[in-house]
Design a protein around this ligand. Structure first.
Ligand code: FES
Length: 110
């Protein structure tokens, strides 16, 4: 298996192009954490359970993402700064189809 390229704009507006492995069962939130693109404690607070929205991001590219689960829908309906293209990063698993994915991290909920 090989890595895919993912473009991630951090909360300061800085674009990072990173390699994400598709064979480690990683999700986007974990990719952001592994590259330290958001300060520790501000992303992935619930551990990827779709229960905190700290991993919210805006999907900028046209990739076909898996449908939102009921849990993700429910969390996004309560979160701040939600846009039409909002997703929970922890619910987006790194697969070969997502090569070239572009996302921007949503602001931190204070
Ligand atoms: S890490 Fe909590 S919802 Fe994604």
């Amino acid at each position: 298996m090989s890595d895919i390229k993912v473009k991630i704009t951090d909360r300061e507006g800085v674009l990072h192009e990173v390699d994400a492995p598709t064979d480690m069962n990683m999700n986007l939130m974990e990719v952001v954490r592994s590259y330290e693109l958001a300060p520790e404690g501000t992303i992935g607070i619930c551990g990827g359970m779709a229960m905190c929205a700290s991993c919210q991001c805006y999907v900028k590219s046209e990739h076909a993402l898996p449908e939102k689960s009921d849990d993700e829908e429910a969390m996004l309906s309560e979160a701040f700064f939600v846009e039409d293209n909002s997703r929970l990063g922890c619910q987006i698993h790194m697969t070969p189809e997502l090569d070239g994915l572009e996302v921007e991290l949503a602001p931190e909920e204070a």
